[in-house]
Design a protein around this ligand. Structure first.
Ligand code: ATP
Length: 251
Protein backbone atom coordinates (compact mmCIF):
# COMPACT_ATOMS: atom_id res chain seq x y z
CA UNK A 1 0.00 0.00 0.00
CA UNK A 2 1.10 3.56 -0.69
CA UNK A 3 -0.17 6.16 1.78
CA UNK A 4 0.24 9.91 1.63
CA UNK A 5 -1.07 12.00 4.52
CA UNK A 6 -1.17 15.81 4.49
CA UNK A 7 1.85 16.09 2.18
CA UNK A 8 3.20 19.59 1.62
CA UNK A 9 6.24 20.55 -0.45
CA UNK A 10 7.55 24.07 -0.78
CA UNK A 11 10.59 25.02 -2.85
CA UNK A 12 11.76 28.41 -1.52
CA UNK A 13 8.74 30.55 -2.43
CA UNK A 14 6.98 27.99 -4.68
CA UNK A 15 4.26 25.88 -3.09
CA UNK A 16 4.50 22.74 -5.24
CA UNK A 17 2.11 20.54 -3.21
CA UNK A 18 -0.26 21.71 -0.50
CA UNK A 19 -1.95 19.22 1.83
CA UNK A 20 -2.27 16.12 -0.34
CA UNK A 21 -3.71 12.89 1.12
CA UNK A 22 -4.54 9.64 -0.68
CA UNK A 23 -4.05 5.87 -0.51
CA UNK A 24 -3.31 3.24 -3.12
CA UNK A 25 -4.35 -0.19 -1.90
CA UNK A 26 -2.85 -3.49 -3.08
CA UNK A 27 -4.32 -4.36 -6.47
CA UNK A 28 -5.22 -0.78 -7.33
CA UNK A 29 -3.69 1.24 -10.17
CA UNK A 30 -3.82 4.98 -9.55
CA UNK A 31 -3.53 7.38 -12.47
CA UNK A 32 -1.94 10.68 -11.42
CA UNK A 33 -2.83 13.42 -13.88
CA UNK A 34 -2.67 17.20 -13.94
CA UNK A 35 -1.41 20.15 -15.95
CA UNK A 36 2.32 20.92 -16.23
CA UNK A 37 3.61 22.02 -12.84
CA UNK A 38 0.69 20.48 -10.92
CA UNK A 39 3.03 18.64 -8.54
CA UNK A 40 2.95 15.11 -9.94
CA UNK A 41 6.72 14.52 -10.09
CA UNK A 42 7.16 16.29 -6.76
CA UNK A 43 4.73 13.77 -5.26
CA UNK A 44 6.30 10.70 -6.88
CA UNK A 45 9.80 11.80 -5.85
CA UNK A 46 8.72 12.33 -2.25
CA UNK A 47 7.10 8.87 -2.04
CA UNK A 48 10.37 7.49 -3.43
CA UNK A 49 12.38 9.28 -0.75
CA UNK A 50 14.34 11.33 -3.31
CA UNK A 51 13.12 14.63 -1.87
CA UNK A 52 11.98 15.19 1.72
CA UNK A 53 8.48 16.53 2.35
CA UNK A 54 8.17 19.97 3.91
CA UNK A 55 5.38 18.45 5.98
CA UNK A 56 3.33 15.27 6.04
CA UNK A 57 3.78 11.51 6.09
CA UNK A 58 4.48 9.28 3.12
CA UNK A 59 4.69 5.53 3.52
CA UNK A 60 5.04 2.35 1.51
CA UNK A 61 3.77 -0.97 2.88
CA UNK A 62 3.45 0.69 6.29
CA UNK A 63 7.04 2.00 6.35
CA UNK A 64 7.44 5.76 6.64
CA UNK A 65 9.79 6.78 3.83
CA UNK A 66 11.51 9.37 6.07
CA UNK A 67 11.78 7.16 9.18
CA UNK A 68 12.47 3.73 7.61
CA UNK A 69 13.89 4.58 4.19
CA UNK A 70 15.64 1.25 3.63
CA UNK A 71 12.61 -0.84 4.59
CA UNK A 72 10.42 1.32 2.33
CA UNK A 73 12.88 1.23 -0.58
CA UNK A 74 13.15 -2.57 -0.39
CA UNK A 75 9.44 -2.70 -1.15
CA UNK A 76 8.93 -0.24 -4.00
CA UNK A 77 10.29 0.62 -7.41
CA UNK A 78 10.31 4.09 -8.97
CA UNK A 79 10.68 4.17 -12.73
CA UNK A 80 11.24 7.79 -13.81
CA UNK A 81 10.68 9.09 -17.33
CA UNK A 82 14.44 9.68 -17.80
CA UNK A 83 15.98 6.45 -16.54
CA UNK A 84 19.52 6.91 -15.27
CA UNK A 85 21.56 3.86 -16.21
CA UNK A 86 25.23 3.16 -15.61
CA UNK A 87 26.76 3.77 -19.03
CA UNK A 88 29.73 1.47 -18.37
CA UNK A 89 27.58 -1.53 -17.34
CA UNK A 90 25.94 -3.97 -19.71
CA UNK A 91 22.23 -4.75 -19.58
CA UNK A 92 22.96 -8.05 -17.82
CA UNK A 93 25.27 -6.34 -15.32
CA UNK A 94 22.51 -3.89 -14.41
CA UNK A 95 20.26 -6.76 -13.41
CA UNK A 96 23.07 -8.54 -11.54
CA UNK A 97 23.84 -5.34 -9.64
CA UNK A 98 20.20 -4.70 -8.72
CA UNK A 99 19.71 -8.36 -7.75
CA UNK A 100 22.67 -8.15 -5.41
CA UNK A 101 21.59 -4.80 -3.90
CA UNK A 102 18.07 -6.14 -3.22
CA UNK A 103 19.24 -9.70 -2.39
CA UNK A 104 16.89 -11.17 -4.98
CA UNK A 105 16.47 -14.93 -4.78
CA UNK A 106 16.68 -16.94 -7.98
CA UNK A 107 18.02 -13.83 -9.73
CA UNK A 108 19.52 -15.40 -12.90
CA UNK A 109 16.24 -17.09 -13.84
CA UNK A 110 14.15 -14.02 -12.97
CA UNK A 111 16.48 -11.74 -14.93
CA UNK A 112 16.35 -14.04 -17.95
CA UNK A 113 12.53 -14.06 -17.85
CA UNK A 114 12.33 -10.27 -17.65
CA UNK A 115 14.84 -9.77 -20.47
CA UNK A 116 12.83 -12.18 -22.59
CA UNK A 117 9.54 -10.48 -21.70
CA UNK A 118 10.89 -7.06 -22.73
CA UNK A 119 12.80 -8.33 -25.77
CA UNK A 120 16.22 -7.50 -24.39
CA UNK A 121 17.78 -10.96 -24.40
CA UNK A 122 19.87 -10.18 -27.47
CA UNK A 123 21.09 -6.97 -25.84
CA UNK A 124 22.17 -8.42 -22.51
CA UNK A 125 25.86 -7.92 -23.32
CA UNK A 126 25.40 -4.42 -24.74
CA UNK A 127 26.56 -1.42 -22.72
CA UNK A 128 23.83 0.96 -21.56
CA UNK A 129 25.38 3.75 -23.63
CA UNK A 130 24.83 1.63 -26.75
CA UNK A 131 21.07 1.31 -26.19
CA UNK A 132 18.22 3.19 -27.84
CA UNK A 133 15.89 5.40 -25.77
CA UNK A 134 13.19 2.74 -25.61
CA UNK A 135 15.66 0.00 -24.72
CA UNK A 136 16.97 2.10 -21.82
CA UNK A 137 13.39 2.47 -20.61
CA UNK A 138 12.91 -1.30 -20.82
CA UNK A 139 16.11 -1.92 -18.81
CA UNK A 140 14.82 0.45 -16.11
CA UNK A 141 11.51 -1.45 -16.04
CA UNK A 142 13.28 -4.83 -15.74
CA UNK A 143 15.47 -3.47 -12.92
CA UNK A 144 12.36 -2.11 -11.19
CA UNK A 145 10.48 -5.41 -11.46
CA UNK A 146 13.37 -7.66 -10.43
CA UNK A 147 12.74 -7.57 -6.68
CA UNK A 148 8.97 -7.95 -7.08
CA UNK A 149 8.08 -4.65 -5.39
CA UNK A 150 4.73 -4.33 -3.63
CA UNK A 151 4.48 -0.69 -4.76
CA UNK A 152 5.49 0.55 -8.20
CA UNK A 153 5.63 4.19 -9.31
CA UNK A 154 5.86 5.04 -12.99
CA UNK A 155 6.49 8.53 -14.41
CA UNK A 156 5.35 8.68 -18.06
CA UNK A 157 6.05 4.96 -18.53
CA UNK A 158 5.35 4.78 -22.27
CA UNK A 159 8.03 7.30 -23.26
CA UNK A 160 10.13 5.79 -26.03
CA UNK A 161 8.45 2.37 -26.08
CA UNK A 162 7.43 0.76 -29.38
CA UNK A 163 3.90 -0.67 -29.80
CA UNK A 164 4.94 -4.14 -28.70
CA UNK A 165 6.80 -2.70 -25.70
CA UNK A 166 3.68 -0.67 -24.80
CA UNK A 167 1.53 -3.78 -24.94
CA UNK A 168 3.99 -5.79 -22.84
CA UNK A 169 4.29 -3.03 -20.25
CA UNK A 170 0.52 -2.54 -19.96
CA UNK A 171 -0.03 -6.27 -19.51
CA UNK A 172 2.76 -6.47 -16.93
CA UNK A 173 1.18 -3.60 -14.97
CA UNK A 174 -2.19 -5.36 -14.95
CA UNK A 175 -0.55 -8.65 -13.93
CA UNK A 176 1.41 -7.08 -11.09
CA UNK A 177 -1.66 -5.28 -9.77
CA UNK A 178 -3.59 -8.53 -9.96
CA UNK A 179 -0.81 -10.17 -7.95
CA UNK A 180 -1.29 -7.52 -5.24
CA UNK A 181 1.03 -4.62 -6.06
CA UNK A 182 -0.14 -1.04 -5.47
CA UNK A 183 0.70 0.94 -8.61
CA UNK A 184 0.86 4.67 -9.42
CA UNK A 185 1.20 6.00 -12.94
CA UNK A 186 1.82 9.67 -13.65
CA UNK A 187 0.99 10.50 -17.24
CA UNK A 188 -0.41 13.10 -19.60
CA UNK A 189 -1.74 10.28 -21.78
CA UNK A 190 -5.33 10.17 -20.58
CA UNK A 191 -6.03 7.18 -22.85
CA UNK A 192 -3.39 5.21 -20.91
CA UNK A 193 -5.01 6.18 -17.61
CA UNK A 194 -8.48 5.32 -18.93
CA UNK A 195 -7.20 1.99 -20.20
CA UNK A 196 -5.28 0.83 -17.12
CA UNK A 197 -6.21 2.70 -13.98
CA UNK A 198 -8.76 1.72 -11.36
CA UNK A 199 -8.38 5.04 -9.50
CA UNK A 200 -7.74 8.62 -10.47
CA UNK A 201 -6.05 11.57 -8.79
CA UNK A 202 -6.33 14.88 -10.59
CA UNK A 203 -3.84 17.40 -9.24
CA UNK A 204 -3.89 21.10 -9.97
CA UNK A 205 -1.52 23.66 -8.50
CA UNK A 206 -0.45 21.19 -5.83
CA UNK A 207 -3.95 20.36 -4.66
CA UNK A 208 -6.19 17.36 -5.22
CA UNK A 209 -9.18 18.19 -7.42
CA UNK A 210 -10.53 14.65 -7.70
CA UNK A 211 -9.51 11.47 -5.97
CA UNK A 212 -11.47 8.26 -6.25
CA UNK A 213 -12.35 5.32 -8.48
CA UNK A 214 -12.24 6.08 -12.22
CA UNK A 215 -15.66 4.46 -12.50
CA UNK A 216 -17.16 7.05 -10.13
CA UNK A 217 -15.53 10.10 -11.72
CA UNK A 218 -18.37 10.58 -14.22
CA UNK A 219 -21.17 10.31 -11.70
CA UNK A 220 -19.24 12.50 -9.26
CA UNK A 221 -19.84 15.50 -11.48
CA UNK A 222 -23.55 15.65 -12.16
CA UNK A 223 -23.01 18.19 -14.95
CA UNK A 224 -21.17 15.55 -17.02
CA UNK A 225 -22.88 12.91 -19.12
CA UNK A 226 -22.60 9.25 -18.17
CA UNK A 227 -20.44 8.72 -21.26
CA UNK A 228 -18.00 11.55 -20.53
CA UNK A 229 -14.43 10.70 -21.49
CA UNK A 230 -11.55 11.10 -19.10
CA UNK A 231 -10.46 14.05 -21.23
CA UNK A 232 -13.83 15.77 -20.61
CA UNK A 233 -13.56 15.03 -16.89
CA UNK A 234 -10.00 16.40 -16.86
CA UNK A 235 -10.97 19.72 -18.48
CA UNK A 236 -14.13 19.99 -16.42
CA UNK A 237 -12.14 19.62 -13.21
CA UNK A 238 -9.08 21.70 -14.14
CA UNK A 239 -10.73 24.45 -16.17
CA UNK A 240 -14.44 24.26 -15.44
CA UNK A 241 -14.33 25.27 -11.79
CA UNK A 242 -15.77 21.98 -10.50
CA UNK A 243 -15.53 21.57 -6.71
CA UNK A 244 -12.75 19.31 -5.32
CA UNK A 245 -13.89 15.77 -4.53
CA UNK A 246 -12.20 13.09 -2.46
CA UNK A 247 -13.66 9.59 -2.45
CA UNK A 248 -11.45 7.24 -0.48
CA UNK A 249 -12.38 3.73 -1.49
CA UNK A 250 -12.55 0.93 1.03
CA UNK A 251 -9.61 -1.53 1.10
P1 ATP B 1 4.96 18.23 -15.54
O1 ATP B 1 3.64 17.72 -16.02
O2 ATP B 1 5.39 19.44 -16.29
O3 ATP B 1 6.02 17.17 -15.44
P2 ATP B 1 4.55 18.13 -12.65
O4 ATP B 1 3.10 18.01 -12.30
O5 ATP B 1 5.35 16.88 -12.56
O6 ATP B 1 4.70 18.81 -14.06
P3 ATP B 1 6.41 19.23 -10.71
O7 ATP B 1 7.67 18.91 -11.46
O8 ATP B 1 6.08 18.40 -9.55
O9 ATP B 1 5.16 19.26 -11.71
O10 ATP B 1 6.49 20.77 -10.28
C1 ATP B 1 5.56 21.36 -9.39
C2 ATP B 1 5.99 22.79 -9.09
O11 ATP B 1 7.19 22.75 -8.34
C3 ATP B 1 6.28 23.65 -10.31
O12 ATP B 1 5.83 24.97 -10.04
C4 ATP B 1 7.78 23.61 -10.44
O13 ATP B 1 8.29 24.80 -11.03
C5 ATP B 1 8.21 23.53 -8.97
N1 ATP B 1 9.48 22.80 -8.82
C6 ATP B 1 9.71 21.50 -9.12
N2 ATP B 1 10.99 21.17 -8.80
C7 ATP B 1 11.56 22.28 -8.30
C8 ATP B 1 12.86 22.59 -7.78
N3 ATP B 1 13.83 21.66 -7.73
N4 ATP B 1 13.09 23.85 -7.35
C9 ATP B 1 12.12 24.79 -7.37
N5 ATP B 1 10.87 24.57 -7.83
C10 ATP B 1 10.59 23.33 -8.29
Amino acid sequence: MIEVVDYHKTYRDTVAVAGLSFRVEPGQILGLVGPNGAGKTTTMRAISGIIPPTRGRLSVAGYDVAVDPVAAKQRFAYIPDDPRLFDALTVGEHLTFIASAYQVEDAPAKSARLLEQFELTEKQDALAQELSRGMRQKVAICCGYLHDPVAILFDEPLTGLDPRGIRTLKQSIKDRAQAGAAIMISSHLLSLVEDLCTHLLILEKGRSRYFGPVSEARSAFAELSAEASLEEIFFHVTEGGAPALHRQSEP
